[in-house]
Design a protein around this ligand. Structure first.
Ligand code: SF4
Length: 455
């Protein structure tokens, strides 16, 4: 086969190391960046749905199906939130939304690309999926299971905000077949939670966590954020100690970023400030590293730039693994984005246009991107590097091109800067490299996809 990999960037030096936290997106969540997905490509996405699933797409050997469902409701909008969330919808509007999600899923279930397939992984994200009542959740998931049975799903992940979780609701969530409860704790200090606009408090965390453990969720993940507004060395250490005490199955730690559509940025703008009122990047990396160190002391393993895991043999992230290695991800709900038969797509961002499209019998897709073969390679390489290392041989086997050759220049540059480990087959990042991998990934972007600043 011909070589699918992109020509590496001639200019191998990465973007300058930024010290202060200024406004903008930091994380590389996909490739190419969303700004390159266009309305004009939607007909090609619709055509791809009419083809059977790609099972041997030249270099793509396996092609499992995952399902993502977006629940855009929250009790309150956090000041750092950059998602499209709704805090004002009544039960009739929520019911209309659930009906629309099921209608959207029905339309996909009949397409040749999806028909007869069974999802290997399922993810409920938001927003706050746990904002829904037990009855609403049952209605939604019964409808989903009737369309695409869950009997082959290896993992069902459900994001939850601690303050929305009564014992009754936790039990109902467990009964749906959820295997990983992902608790959006973010911090244990009530003042930090309050000043950052979170709806829950530490008491609710303790109660929800204890009951979730008691009723036996196979896995509990907790989310933390390093560098929230008014974070201090002492408070961060205290939060890490409390997280360690809980012994969760895994912990996801994000470094605070301040995208333009957040409350924090609006405040910065009104005050004419360019630097966000949060810790600089070096401090945030140090705090995350401190947390990883504390967990490593009790036997946990760092398994990605954002994750530390108690037992890697038991705790898998099937969703992330699928997403990072080219799986089909059927995403439904407002603003959700997915990938089917080689095409990225994203739904309408706003509630009413989403509902209107679905209710008019259309798929509510707003923009799409047909991923050329070289960008599949780039995308998977970059996303997998966020896990800490990539097997060059496995990549060469899958794509017919060795990343050590393809990316010789940027890899040499990373090595020179001390971000790469020595490793033969494994192209691995040092801890320092792993903690700033999103910034470093810019070096692998095609020149036309460089946005000048992060993702
Ligand atoms: S709970 Fe999550 S999705 Fe909801 S407003 Fe806060 S950060 Fe955004």
């Amino acid at each position: 086969m011909t070589n699918p990999a992109a020509v590496p960037n001639e200019n191998s030096s990465g973007p300058p190391i930024q010290k202060e936290t200024t406004a903008g997106n930091y994380f590389v969540a996909n490739y190419p960046p969303f700004a390159f997905w266009k309305k004009e490509a939607v007909p090609e996405f619709l055509a791809a749905l009419d083809r059977p699933p790609v099972t041997n797409y030249e270099y793509r050997i396996t092609n499992p199906l995952g399902l993502y469902t977006h629940i855009p409701f929250c009790r309150k909008r956090c000041h750092f939130c950059y998602f499209k969330v709704y805090t004002d919808k009544d039960s009739a509007q929520i019911r209309a939304y659930i009906d629309a999600v099921l209608r959207e899923l029905t339309a996909y279930a009949g397409k040749p690309c999806i028909s007869g397939r069974r999802p290997k992984f399922i993810y409920f994200g938001g927003g706050t999926p746990s904002y829904l009542s037990p009855d609403q959740l049952k209605f939604l998931t019964d409808g989903m299971k009737a369309l695409l049975p869950w009997d082959e799903a290896e993992e069902v992940t459900f994001e939850a905000e601690p303050g929305t979780l009564t014992d009754h609701k936790l039990k109902a969530i467990r009964d749906l077949g959820v295997t990983r409860l992902s608790l959006g704790i973010e911090h244990f200090d009530d003042h930090i939670l309050e000043i950052n606009g979170r709806a829950h408090r530490s008491k609710e965390i303790a109660r929800a966590y204890a009951y979730a453990r008691e009723i036996g969720f196979p896995q509990i993940n907790i989310d933390l954020i390093a560098g929230m507004v008014e974070e201090t060395e002492e408070k961060w250490k205290d939060t890490v100690a409390k997280a360690v005490e809980l012994r969760p199955d895994s912990v996801t730690i994000y470094q605070m970023e301040v995208p333009y559509n957040t409350g924090i940025y609006q405040q910065m703008k009104s005050e004419g400030k360019l630097v966000a009122p949060v810790a600089d990047w070096e401090t945030k990396r140090r705090w995350v590293n401190y947390a990883y160190g504390e967990f490593e002391k009790i036997g946990y393993t760092v398994t990605s730039t954002t994750t530390v895991v108690r037992d890697p043999a038991q705790v898998k992230f099937v969703y992330r693994q699928g997403l990072f290695s080219g799986a089909d991800v059927l995403s439904v709900g407002v603003a959700s984005f997915g990938h089917l038969n080689g095409v990225h797509y994203q739904n309408h961002h706003d509630f009413q246009p989403y509902l209107d499209a679905v209710n008019a019998g259309q798929l509510p897709v707003y923009r799409a991107y047909v991923v050329p073969r070289d960008e599949h390679y780039l995308r998977e390489f970059m996303l997998q590097l966020k896990l800490g290392s990539v097997s060059a041989n496995a990549f060469a086997q899958k794509f017919g091109a060795d990343p050590r050759v393809q990316f010789a220049a940027p890899l040499a540059s990373l090595k020179e800067q001390g971000f790469l480990t020595n490793g033969g087959d494994r192209i691995g990042l040092t801890r320092d490299g792993l903690l700033q991998v999103d910034r470093l990934l810019q070096q692998f972007f095609k020149p036309e996809h460089k946005t000048g600043r992060y993702a």
